[in-house]
Design a protein around this ligand. Structure first.
Ligand code: TXA
Ligand code: MG
Length: 333
């Protein structure tokens, strides 16, 4: 089992000798290694059972260090970085040769972001190299939002998990590409596309891909629990009698329905502020924060299948629905 600890120095010492360390971020936990060391990076792919065609995101300590790793920073990319870093935003930019090809799966661009978590920022300040880190889950499974989630699935493959508590955003970063004239969002995520567009004007979307993904978060089947997951509209969820053998995930609590113990509710209408992160509360923020943990709970419960209420297609509801569609067996909604 991995050591679960808040000791940043110890995490740093392991990373310096090429070991893997799971790190907390505001989005999900990452499985980190020295991004400039191909051998350490290869160990990430092995631990996750991740195909090498799936490139990794590189975590840097600040906006200023971005130019150490990329050859060109378009104006709109810089504007976004200035506005939203540290935060749930990954920018795809042309890489310098110091970034090993394995990190980018041979692509000419590298995904960079500054994560918003005090322990991981402290860790990055300590180190002389950036950290390559995909989400710390076996390939294709639900991303981890607590140290415990990482321990359960990768604990026997890595020495150390830096425990930064529960992830406050709860879904992965939004990925933006600048290869075309108009910036393109390749993965919806924790930064809303509305916020991106209000900063740099309209963007394009290129979210779905099958065999040769630009971002495997783009693979149709991803983020999936082991049990079959079905999507339903709010009405469908409310109209049917609840079955004790089905696990249910509601957006908000349905009225006039007595919930059984395998019914979970993503957002509590009454809470005014989110715990200590200073973000304005919204039901969507709560839903994103709870999403992966609740899916894991239902996956671990004795139910036979999981029914999930699809959210309104606004705000973070879009990114949440994107994850749910990729996790679902039936994808009509
Ligand atoms: O919030 C996040 O982004 C988390 C935390 C740990 O930072 N990381 C994360 O990593 O979600 P991962 O590997 O699970 O997803 C990263 C996505 C992949 O779908 C990958 O294909 C895409 O980023 N990606 C990375 N570099 C890319 C590149 N050069 N071109 C296209 N897609 C890229
Ligand atoms: Mg992932």
């Amino acid at each position: 089992m991995a050591l679960v600890s808040t000791n940043v120095r110890e995490a740093g010492e392991l990373l310096k000798v090429g070991q893997l360390v799971a790190i907390p971020t505001e989005t999900v936990y990452g499985l980190a290694a020295n991004a400039l060391d191909s051998k350490a990076v290869a160990a990430i792919f092995a631990a996750k059972d991740r195909p090498t065609f799936d490139p990794l995101i590189v975590h840097v300590k600040s906006l200023d260090s971005m130019s150490d790793y990329v050859t060109n920073i378009p104006e709109k990319a810089r504007q976004l970085a200035e506005a939203f870093w540290p935060g749930p935003l990954t920018l795809l930019l042309p890489k310098k040769s110091i970034i090993p090809d394995l990190v980018t799966s041979g692509l000419p661009t590298v995904g960079l972001r500054v994560p918003h978590h005090p322990l991981t920022l402290e860790l990055l300040q300590m180190l002389e190299f950036p950290l390559a880190a995909p989400s710390a889950n076996p390939f294709g499974y639900i991303s981890p939002t607590t140290a415990q989630h990482v321990q359960e699935q990768l604990g026997d493959k890595i020495p150390f998990i830096l425990d930064g508590g529960e992830c406050l955003v709860g879904i992965e970063s939004t990925i933006v590409s600048f290869e075309q004239e108009t910036p393109r969002i390749l993965r919806l995520g924790g930064l809303r596309s509305e916020d991106i567009e209000s900063m740099i004007g309209s963007v394009e979307f290129n979210l779905y891909s099958s065999s040769s993904p630009l971002a495997p978060g783009m693979l149709k089947s991803h983020y999936a629990p082991r049990k079959p997951l079905y999507l339903h509209s709010k009405k469908e969820m409310a109209d049917r009698e609840l079955d004790a053998e089905i696990g249910y995930l509601f957006f908000t609590k349905p009225r006039h329905v007595a919930l059984h113990e395998n019914c979970l509710v993503l957002a509590e209408q009454s809470i005014e502020t989110l715990s200590n992160n200073g973000l304005t509360n919204s039901l969507f923020l709560q839903a994103a924060q709870n999403l992966f943990g609740y899916l894991r709970k239902l996956d671990a419960s004795p139910v036979k299948e999981i029914w999930v209420e699809i959210l309104p297609e606004i705000d973070l509801g879009r990114a949440i629905n994107d994850r749910l569609r990729r996790a679902a067996v039936s994808r009509e909604l």
